[in-house]
Design a protein around this ligand. Structure first.
Ligand code: DX5
Ligand code: ZN
Length: 218
C-alpha cells in the first residue's frame, strides 16, 4: 500500500476554512487531520465540535481526529456525530484504554492510539492487535511548526516490528515536523500515514506540496 497523507488543519487559514477544505478535496491528500486541544492535556487550545460540523459537509475525505484532551472517552459519541471517522486518543490520557478502544469501535469508528515522544512503543504490546492506527508523535503535542525529533525513526522501526509480530492491522502514523527532509526516510522505515501542518499550509503551493509528500518527489 502506498503511504497516506493527512494534512493537519491546525495550520490552515481559519478565516477562510472553506478555501482550504476545497484545496484538500482537490489535492492528493487522503485524510483530514483534525487536532483537538483542551488546554489541559496540552498547553494550547485549538478548536472543537462546531468547526468539525461546519466543514464536514464540504469535506470529501475521511476525518482523522487527534484528541489531545484528558479523558477523551467522554467525547466518543459527540465526535462520531460531528463526523469523525477515526477517533485517536493519547495513551497518556487514557486510563482504561482497552475499554475506550471497544467503545470507539462500538460507535463505528476506527480506533487510534497516540504515543508522546517519551512513551515507549512497548506499552502497546497488549493492545496493538485491537487498533486500526498508532500515531507516533515526532514533536511534543500542542503546537504546529516544531522541529522533528530524530528518535522517531527508531520508534517507527520498533512499532513496525511490533505490528508484524502481533499480526496487527494498525497503520503507523507520524505527526509533527514532517517535511521534505524526513518524509521519505519515515516511509522507508515503515510509516503508513504522514501528518503535515505547517509544511503544507505555509508553503507557496499547498496542493503541490501535498503531491510532493504523496509521491516523495521534492
Ligand atoms: C501537534 C499536532 C500536529 C500539528 C503538526 O500537536 O498534533 O498535528 O498540527 O504540525 P506541524 O506539521 O507543523 O508540526
Ligand atoms: Zn495531530
Amino acid at each position: 500500500m502506498k503511504h497516506l497523507i493527512a494534512p493537519s488543519l491546525l495550520a490552515a487559514d481559519f478565516s477562510n476554512l472553506k478555501k482550504d477544505v476545497e484545496m484538500l478535496n482537490r489535492s492528493e491528500a487522503d485524510w483530514f487531520h483534525l487536532d483537538i486541544m483542551d488546554g489541559v492535556f496540552v498547553p494550547n487550545i485549538s478548536f472543537g465540535i462546531p468547526i468539525l460540523e461546519a466543514i464536514k459537509p464540504l469535506a470529501e475525505k475521511p476525518f482523522d481526529v487527534h484528541l489531545m484532551i484528558v479523558q477523551p472517552e467522554r467525547y466518543i459519541e459527540t465526535f462520531k456525530k460531528a463526523g469523525a471517522d477515526l477517533f485517536n486518543v493519547h495513551y497518556e490520557a487514557s486510563t482504561h484504554l482497552h475499554r475506550t478502544v471497544q467503545t470507539i469501535h462500538a460507535n463505528d469508528m476506527k480506533a487510534g492510539v497516540t504515543l508522546n515522544p517519551h512513551t515507549p512503543v512497548s506499552v502497546l504490546e497488549d493492545i496493538v492487535s485491537e487498533l486500526d492506527l498508532v500515531l507516533l508523535m515526532s514533536v511534543n503535542p500542542g503546537f504546529g511548526g516544531q522541529k522533528y525529533i530524530e528518535n522517531t525513526y527508531n520508534k517507527v522501526e520498533q512499532l513496525k516490528e511490533l505490528v508484524l509480530r502481533k499480526n496487527s492491522r494498525a497503520l503507523i502514523q507520524v505527526d509533527g515536523g514532517v517535511d521534505n527532509t524526513n518524509a521519505a526516510q519515515l516511509v522507508e522505515k515503515g510509516a503508513d500515514v504522514l501528518v503535515a501542518g505547517s509544511y503544507v499550509f505555509k508553503s507557496a503551493n499547498p496542493e503541490q506540496t501535498i503531491a510532493g509528500l504523496k509521491n516523495l518527489s521534492f
